[in-house]
Design a protein around this ligand. Structure first.
Ligand SMILES: C[C@@H](O)[C@H](NC(=O)OP(=O)(O)OC[C@H]1O[C@@H](n2cnc3c(N)ncnc32)[C@H](O)[C@@H]1O)C(=O)O
Ligand SMILES: Nc1ncnc2c1ncn2[C@@H]1O[C@H](COP(=O)(O)OP(=O)(O)OP(=O)(O)O)[C@@H](O)[C@H]1O
Ligand SMILES: [Fe+2]
Length: 533
């Protein structure tokens, strides 16, 4: 089958033709799509939605004509980016796709742009069930296939990663897009400290971006700010990717999105994966930045699975989230998530943990992917925080292991062993309810766990919390709700949808019995927040 793909969510007016044999799919390298792209370049500032849409109106027909001219044979379907993206651009693309499908009298396929960023990498890598890091302009998230959908394992709490970088470059007066300019300037830069914010597998850029602008305004050389921005932002993305690998037990990572063109980001991810024995794949830059090749490739797989769209149901969706898509083209395939084996020596996301019958030794070994100054800072801060908060939590009435020894210089902690297994391997609604009570009790004492996943709860005679390394003191409803959100995410990534609902209802009932009502209200708000700004 031959599929024509059309992309136009923001800056790239692009068309592609992809030839696909579902019974005998050729590797991507051996059978690349033919792609033609006409980029919109704003005269000043960032992307103006109206100007970008005007560009789409002119450029889309031309790129379509050009790929049709460059290839022979009939087209079997028209696939287009339905979202997420800028409304005015999406509408132009949607109209063009409908018109073309009508003229050619072929079916229409509506593609989620973020799932396309993921699938092109999975196809190129030949991986079965990887974790995917999408690092693009308007988005930043981790996806893993589980039970018929791509689950969002972690994501930005504010802006997309490219947009964050582009905001900084606008501040210093550089033209759009800023990413490549930051990469260039960073080559001459030296490290300075910037805020580093990771919450479970979620992360945020807003504090970091204000600090970067302030540092520049205060006279820090722009190369140094660019260097530090890359080191900090990409270390955050690499850390959450490692957390996702650790939580799911997956050993394959693929990269997607325009920021993935950055060599430093790719280097950090490759180093992290090599160090934990995982495979890493980053597609060629032409498949990372927005392009219609990825739309045609996923369009072909969707067409083969019968996923066509009736014209009257083909409206575009600027907020189209990747977890809304029914992934029918992977029906019956292996899920990314399973409970990894519990061995005596565990490589968590952060530390090597030796679990003995009485004692547990946790060593935060240096991470080769991180800048040494940032690495030393994080290992020290987290070791100190973990020792203090593990004890504070116990005083607040929440079961945690007794801390036997703290060696800050070596970033090593010794605890009593608690529980018989991780909650991940023994998740029941009753135990989830207990976790809800424990978290509420912690929050009432002004303590945030920071990473309450099903792997950081131990079950045995009782239910204990471990791994307070990302914890801190806070009485803010938002921080407490984020803890609940992190737990919810880890449950949804681990068990089937129906079980997740029952488990999380029990968790919330437990929380409500002990904690503050506002927190669960705020949790709803966090979950409903559209992150596409
Ligand atoms: C929804 C859709 O419209 C959107 N697309 C998008 O953001 O374009 P994409 O091509 O995936 O990414 C563009 C971003 O990628 C950044 N970028 C490009 N080259 C870069 C580099 N060498 N280093 C860092 N960032 C880079 C740009 O600064 C810009 O922010 C998305 O995927 O979120
Ligand atoms: N005190 C303890 N008693 C029993 N088991 C423990 C204890 N502390 C940790 N573990 C086990 O070791 C695993 C890894 O520990 P921990 O979560 O502290 O390390 P980590 O590197 O921070 O992991 P991650 O960041 O992936 O959650 C836990 O999932 C748990 O199975
Ligand atoms: Fe994109």
């Amino acid at each position: 089958m031959r599929v024509l793909g059309i992309e136009g969510t923001a800056w790239a007016a692009s068309a592609a033709i992809f030839e696909y044999d579902p019974d005998d799919p050729a590797p991507l390298d051996a059978n690349p799509p033919v792609i033609e792209t006409d980029a919109y370049q704003p005269e000043s500032g960032g992307i103006h939605p109206r100007e970008a849409a005007e560009h789409m109106g002119e450029a889309i027909p031309a790129v379509i004509e050009s790929v049709l001219d460059a290839t022979d044979g009939p087209v079997d379907a028209v696939a287009f980016s339905r979202g997420p993206g800028l409304g005015p651009c999406l509408r132009i693309v949607g109209t063009a796709a409908r018109a073309l499908a009508g003229t050619l009298d072929v079916p229409l396929v509506g593609v989620n742009h973020m799932v396309a960023h993921l699938e092109i990498g999975r196809y190129g890598a030949g991986f079965d069930s990887p974790v995917c890091l999408n690092a693009s302009g308007a988005n930043a998230h981790l996806l893993g296939y589980h039970d018929g959908r791509y689950r969002v394992l972690g994501e930005t709490m504010d802006t997309g990663v490219g947009n964050a970088i582009d905001k900084f470059t606008r501040h210093v007066g550089w033209s759009h897009p800023g990413g490549p300019k930051v990469e260039d300037a960073a080559k001459e830069g030296e490290y300075v400290d910037l805020p580093y914010v990771v919450k479970g597998m979620d992360f945020s850029f807003s504090g970091l971006m204000s600090a970067a602008k302030d540092a520049y305004d205060a006279g820090t050389p722009v190369e140094d700010v660019c260097f530090a921005l890359q080191e900090t932002i990409f270390a955050m993305l690499t850390e959450v990717s490692e957390r996702a690998l650790s939580l799911t037990g997956a050993d394959e990572l693929v990269l997607g999105g325009g920021v993935g063109q950055n060599a430093r980001l790719r280097e950090m991810l490759a180093t992290m994966c090599a160090d934990r024995g995982a495979q890493f794949y980053a597609p060629d830059p032409r498949y990372l930045r927005d392009n219609a090749g990825m739309i045609a490739v996923l369009g072909a797989k969707m067409l083969a699975a019968g996923e066509t769209l009736a014209i009257d149901e083909s409206a575009v969706d600027p907020n189209f989230r990747p977890d809304e898509v029914a992934v029918t083209w992977r029906a019956g395939e292996a899920s990314v998530s399973f409970a990894p084996e519990e061995t005596a020596e565990r490589q968590g996301a952060e530390a090597v943990v030796t679990v003995g019958s009485d004692r547990v030794i946790k060593r935060r070994l240096p991470k080769a992917y991180r800048h040494p100054a940032l690495d030393a800072r994080l290992r020290r801060e987290r070791t100190v925080a973990e020792a203090r908060l593990t004890s504070d939590a116990r005083r607040a009435g929440v079961p945690t292991p007794v801390v036997r020894d703290v060696d800050v210089a070596e970033a090593t902690l010794t605890f009593d062993t608690v529980g018989k297994r991780d909650l991940a391997a023994a998740l029941t609604p009753e135990r989830a309810r207990t976790v809800g009570e424990h978290l509420a009790r912690l929050h009432r004492a002004g303590i945030v766990h920071g990473d309450p996943t099903v792997r950081n709860v131990r079950v045995g005679d009782r239910v204990s919390l471990v791994d307070f390394g990302l914890g801190y003191h806070s009485g803010h409803v938002e921080d407490h709700a984020m803890d609940c959100h992190v737990f919810g995410g880890s449950v949804r990534g681990t068990v089937a949808e129906a079980d997740a609902d029952a488990t999380l209802s029990a968790f919330e009932a437990g929380y409500a019995a002990v904690g503050d009502d506002d927190v669960l209200g705020r949790l709803r708000e966090i979950e409903g927040r559209g992150r596409y700004a």
